[in-house]
Every structure is written in structure tokens, then in C-alpha cells.
Ligand binder design. Sequence first.
Ligand code: NAD
Length: 476
Amino acid sequence: MAIIDEKLVAKVVGEVLARLNNQPAKTSSTHSGFGVYEEMGSAIEAAQRSFEKLRDGGIAARKKAIEVIRKLCVKKAQEWGEIEFHETKIGRLDHKIEKLKICGVLVPGVEMIDRMAFSGDSGLTVIDHAPWGVIGAITPSTHSVPTLTGNAINMIAAGNAVVFNTHPSAAKCAAIAIREYNQAIFSETGISDLLTTVIKPSLDTFEAMCKSPLVKLLCVTGGPAVVAAAMKSGKRAVCAGPGNPPVVVDETADLDLAARSIIQGASYDNNLLCIGEKEVFVVASVADKLMEALRKAGAVHLNANQVEQLAAKAFLFPKGQGVGCPHPDVNRDLVGRDAAVLPKSIGLDIPPSTQLLFGETKEDHIFVDEEQMMPFIPIVRMPDVDTAIKAAIKAEHGYKHTGIMHSQNIRNLTKMAQEIDTTLFIKNGPCMTGLGLGGEGFLSFSIATPTGEGVTTPMTFTRSRRCVMVDNLNLF
Ligand code: NAD
């Protein structure tokens, strides 16, 4: 990981925030704060005005705005990656930078917007995919600026403006990016507030967003609580919810490739990705060989006692309830921390270059059941592939998020693909190939799982509208 000059980053964040604070967000309905407002109502009204201007500017204005975002997220990847890393203190700087750079090339734009026409004896019917207007987007702490960047490209491509309620612990980096995106978009299009937010997002500003009649659609990226809250709001919500992606390794797998893929995927941004490998079910006949391959590829093997000690530190239980409580909380002090930091919590020193820790557990272990979001992965020995697939389906909890398999057996691959029923199913590679990084396809950091839209695209943020001309305008 690149070494960061903490003081320099603190200085940059301080300067940018001072600029934000010294140019207070205008709350009047006529002036722009370049997207950053004190009140949610002002942020929504500004987005509505910008939506109307974008509509007047047509597809050409959408293209210009998207082009600005693509260029800026690549140009600012290093600076914004450092600011986000400094603010959230989770994940890895090199991956924060990469996640921003890939937004510039892998997130689709206006070319994804579909249209249809039906011409016949009764005339001509056209189906267009129109914008909603202002979309309310809720973003996670795990990738604040990348998620908002991907949402911005997708939503503007579809003709919308966006108001963000960002995660409070990743709100400053988001405000900085929103402000700079708007300034750059303004100089190209004359539209100043296509992306808006509030300086201090909270549950109250979330409520205000949900209640506003100007917000026509919600897009939520986060864990179970925010998905439940959005679904109760009464508004239509595109929900990119939690995952707990299992990996199955069968006896036909290329074990060296499987080990390298598991390390690459589960250590990416210190396992903050919702698609990241979270537990492995391996057929017993190759379990020892897989663990040997993991060690050979640089992962550090914890023994049973060390795994239990780490589990005791990694999960917290509501007061008065011990292990066995159905809803433990992940210890936020260990979420997204470096692999070398985790063992320190149990008094163990390992090489600082270590990317991933692993250890053998039973199928019902807390590390299997919970979305740990830290670079430790449990390995579970299973008697055969069918039992492994069943266990993987149980560990996935019906989130319909991501499943991964390493196998050369087409029947086994097909069986798991069909039975696990996840939005992403990845074969013989690390998780990020499912989002176009090393695999084919496009990127979004909002993968709509419980609501079924999948990896979100501009089309996700459109309304289908049909226009019918009776008995005329057909050309025959
Ligand atoms: P989080 O659920 O703590 O926060 C996500 C967002 O929801 C934040 O903006 C937060 O302020 C808000 N929020 C949380 N509880 C809320 C409530 N009750 N009412 C209103 N708003 C609320 O999640 P996080 O730790 O920031 O992110 C990690 C989680 O997000 C993991 O579960 C991960 O799997 C999931 N995630 C999913 C995707 C996806 O595409 N499906 C992408 C990234 C992260």
C-alpha cells in the first residue's frame, strides 16, 4: 500500500472544508451552493431546478455533464482517494484510488438508454425511457465517492438530477467531490446543481428526503437497516443491499488459481466490497491443498484458537446477550483494517505486507454467518460439492447478492449458478471480475439485490413512457 502523508492529507481536507464553510451553502431558492447545502429542502429544490435545465439541454447536455464527471474522477482519483481514506480510515488507499479511476471508464452512459417503436395498420407507437426528475440517493461509508460517482453518471445519463444523503462518516469527501463536479459541469453546461447534498447528513435529512414530493425515486446503497427504512418510506426504492458472498471450491478446481483469486477478492479494499469473498466451502478431499495454496500465495493461516480470539474481538453483542445472540454487530474498529492490524488485537505480529488471513472453522461459525468486512476469511471443509453448495446458499442468507465458484466441472458450475440464485455469479476468478474489473461487462457500485434491478445502469433510473398515434405516422 502506498504510504500516505497523514499531515498533508489532513491539511488538504482542512483547507477544502474551510473553503466550504467560508462560502456557506446558500439556502435561498435562487442561488447555487454548487451542490452543498445546509438544509435538505434547499438541496432538493436546487436539484429540481437543475433537472429542469438538464431537460432543456437534451441528450447533448447529459453527455457533456457525464464527460466532465468521467474526466474529473480519473484526474482527482489520487487526491479524493486520500481524502476519503483519511476521513473514513477504512480500506486501502491504492484500491480507493483504483475504484475512482475505473468509474471513468467502466460506468455506462447515454448509449444504454433504450427505445422502441411499433409501426402497423393502426399507426405508430413509440416507447421512450424518460427521467424521473430528482432521485434521492443514499451512499455507504465503504465507498462514498466511487458510489456517488457511479450513481451520478448513471442517473444523469437517464436525464435526472440527484440529491445525496451520504454516510455521516464519509460525508466530507462526498461534499468535496460533489462541489467540484458541479463547478466543472457548470462551466461546460451552465447547470450548477445536478448533484446536491447536505453538509451534515443524518436520519432527519434522510426523512426529509423521503417525505419530499420533489424526490420521485430512491436509490439506497447500504446494509439491512437502510434498505428496510427505504422500503417503508412509501416511495419506490432501488435497493442495493448487503451481501455475504460464499465461495465453493470443488475437487476439480485449479487450486492455485482459486487461492490467488480468493486472496485478490477478499483482500480488495480490505474486504469492504459487498461482492467480496466472505467465506469458503471447500470439498474435503482438496481442503488441505487449497490451504497450502493460500499460504503459498501469501495469506497467513490462523490456528483454531487464534480464530476464536479474533472472532471475540471482531463481533460485539448487544448488552446482556452473549454469543448466540441473533444480531451481533461487527466491531467498527476492525472493519476495513489492514490484515496485519487484525492479529494485533489478539497480540500476534505478522508481516506488514500480508493481504489476507484465513482459518478453518465449522459451517455455523460467526465468521461464516456474518458479513465481516475485514480481511479474514473462514475456510469450511465439506464432504462433497452438493453439501458445499447447500451450505453456501445458507450462508448467503437469501440476500440474492453474489456467489462464487471454482470448478472445472460444468455440471457443478451450472448447479450452483441455478440454485444459489444470486445477482452475480462468478466462476473461476475473483469477485471484482463481476463488475468489469478483469471480467467482461460494466461497472456500478450500486448492485440492486432485493429489488432485482441488478448492477444498476442508466436504464435503472428511467420510467417507461408510451406515446401512441392512431391511424397515422406509419410510413406504408
Ligand atoms: P450502512 O447501512 O451503515 O450505511 C449505508 C447508508 O445508509 C449510509 O448513508 C447511512 O447513513 C444510511 N443509513 C443506515 N441506517 C439507516 C437508517 N436506519 N435509516 C436511514 N439511513 C440509514 O452501511 P455501510 O457500513 O456504510 O456499508 C456497508 C453495507 O452496505 C454492507 O452491508 C454492504 O454489503 C452494503 N453495500 C451494498 C452494496 C450493493 O451494491 N449492494 C454496495 C456497497 C455496500
